[in-house]
Ligand binder design. Structure first.
Ligand SMILES: Nc1nc2c(ncn2[C@@H]2O[C@H](COP(=O)(O)OP(=O)(O)OP(=O)(O)O)[C@@H](O)[C@H]2O)c(=O)[nH]1
Ligand SMILES: [Mg+2]
Length: 455
């Protein structure tokens, strides 16, 4: 007879079935099983208790945990670098030299963007009617390729070896499955050897090839300053000045032989975060000298976000960064998603998350400098954000508008009332950011002390 196996009923849980005691268990077996289970329960409770005690202890010992959240390129790691610059200045200074290679790759990338645009020049790119906001024409006449004037041909030929240098830097800084630099560079004898200063390795080749102003540095400068190049970029809406890792206005300085990155250079560098890093430091300066701070910096791109949740359990405050200049841009990892919309969705998720219900939130509406430059250059916010309506197209009005929108989401989505602090920031700017971070620090410490007294 053919027996057709029946499926388990959907409500039968195979795990509880496996854990159920055997039906033919003797009295002795049962007694020993119950004793084992009691012991296991006792051990588990002891572990829970020790975790709870450790958390309390951490709070009493003035350990402050701050989590940085926001989409990729929102400015989380830059904010962390600002904290380091302000509160552990000697360590920050010592590390500056390590940023050379990252800055060099950032520069080479900007140059390559220019070279790609210039070598692909079409008739339409050079039409006099071209304006900053107009779309490139698409008929075949304007789309046809044209040849470059001899001076640009010459510059492009001189700069062709940059591709080789880019490949070398990529091998050093970019892991195989990434497109951007994610670490400060490999060294002969491990972490910490300054990149670019170790003569005799790949960095030395880079120095002699690129950082000496003569002969190649001058070609870089000439390309960036060329009026025709500027026009092509404008026509193609390539705004390198607003891109991460922009150094083209400082080429003479940053391509010099013994270039040592300044504080500002380090803050402007683009280094993508992959995974989660916890930075521990004691404040070297400031009123809370001696408090141990743990600032948790996470990767913000979509594939990185599932890693955030385990850190929600035990933080004192969150700084959420929303780069409001991104209203006309899309995510690098998904070109169909608008950056501002993505920030709003993330902000709603953070505000409504039950694990974070009691965590104080600090909002940085970031990249206000780029927002201001963009609006002044004629980009209309209302074209991308309909509800902005007929308001004046200036940075102040836009910031006020975004502030009220994000604030309303916080009020509507937070499960419990809580403290909320909002700032309009440009975290690459050392002058304005210092004061803001001092306020955040004081606020977090105040709340932290209040919470420890309640324990
Ligand atoms: N002009 C300007 N640039 C900024 C600002 N904030 C950050 N940047 C730059 O934007 C780039 C991206 O900043 P990051 O701090 O690396 O961004 P992130 O949020 O850590 O990004 P992931 O690590 O990918 O999650 C860097 O080159 C920064 O220098 C700002 O307010 N203004
Ligand atoms: Mg980062």
């Amino acid at each position: 007879m053919l027996v057709i196996p029946t499926r388990d009923p959907p409500d039968r849980d195979p795990l509880s079935a496996a854990l159920r005691p055997p039906i033919d268990e003797t009295e002795e077996e049962k007694a020993s099983r119950v004793a084992e289970e009691d012991e296991a329960k006792r051990v588990s409770q002891a572990i829970d208790e020790s975790i709870r005690m450790e958390k309390q202890q951490r709070k009493k010992q003035k350990v402050v945990r701050l989590l940085l959240l926001g989409q990729s390129e929102s400015g989380k790691s830059t904010t962390l670098r600002q904290f380091q610059r302000l509160y552990t200045p000697s360590a920050f200074r010592e590390e500056r030299v390590l940023w050379r290679a990252v800055i060099q790759l950032n520069i080479v990338r900007s140059i390559r963007t220019m070279l790609d645009a210039v070598t692909d020049v079409r008739r339409g790119d050079l039409l006099p009617s071209a304006s900053y906001t107009s779309d490139p024409d698409s008929d075949s006449e304007t789309e046809s390729h044209i040849s470059l004037p001899p001076r640009l041909e010459h510059l492009c030929a001189r700069l062709r070896p940059l591709r080789h240098i880019e490949a070398m830097l990529i091998a050093k800084l970019v892991p195989p499955n990434e497109h951007e630099a994610t670490h400060l560079g490999m060294t002969v004898n491990g972490y910490g050897t300054p990149n670019g200063l170790v003569y005799g390795n790949a960095s030395a080749a880079f120095l002699t090839d690129v950082t000496v102003p003569q002969p190649r540095g001058v070609y870089l400068i000439a390309l960036w300053r060329d009026p025709m190049v500027k026009q092509i970029l404008r026509r193609r809406k390539i705004r390198l000045e607003e891109s991460p890792g922009f150094y083209l206005n400082d080429l003479e300085r940053v391509t010099a032989l013994y270039f040592l990155p300044s504080d500002d250079d380090v803050l402007k560098a683009r280094l993508k975060t992959v995974g989660v890093s916890e930075y521990r430091f004691e404040m070297e300066a400031g009123s809370e000298s001696g408090a141990e701070w743990r600032i948790i910096d996470v990767g913000g791109s979509r594939s990185q976000r599932p890693m955030w949740v385990p850190f929600f359990d035990d933080v004192d405050a969150i700084i959420f960064l929303a780069p409001i200049s991104g209203f006309d841009q899309t995510l690098v990892e998904d070109r169909s998603v608008n950056r501002l919309e993505d920030s709003v969705v993330l902000w709603k998720a953070v505000c409504s998350n039950k694990l974070l219900a009691k965590v104080d939130l600090v909002l940085f509406l970031n990249k206000c400098d780029i927002l201001s430059a963009k609006l002044s250059s004629g980009v209309r916010l209302a074209k991308y954000v309909r509800s902005f309506g007929e308001r004046p197209n200036d940075a102040e009005t836009a910031q006020k508008y975004f502030r009220s929108k994000f604030n309303a989401i916080h009020r509507e989505y937070s499960p419990l009332p809580r403290k909320f602090y909002g700032f309009c920031t440009s975290v690459t700017d050392t002058t304005t950011t210092g004061g803001i971070l001092a306020s955040v620090r004081d606020m977090v410490i105040r709340e932290h002390l209040r919470a420890s007294k309640l324990l």
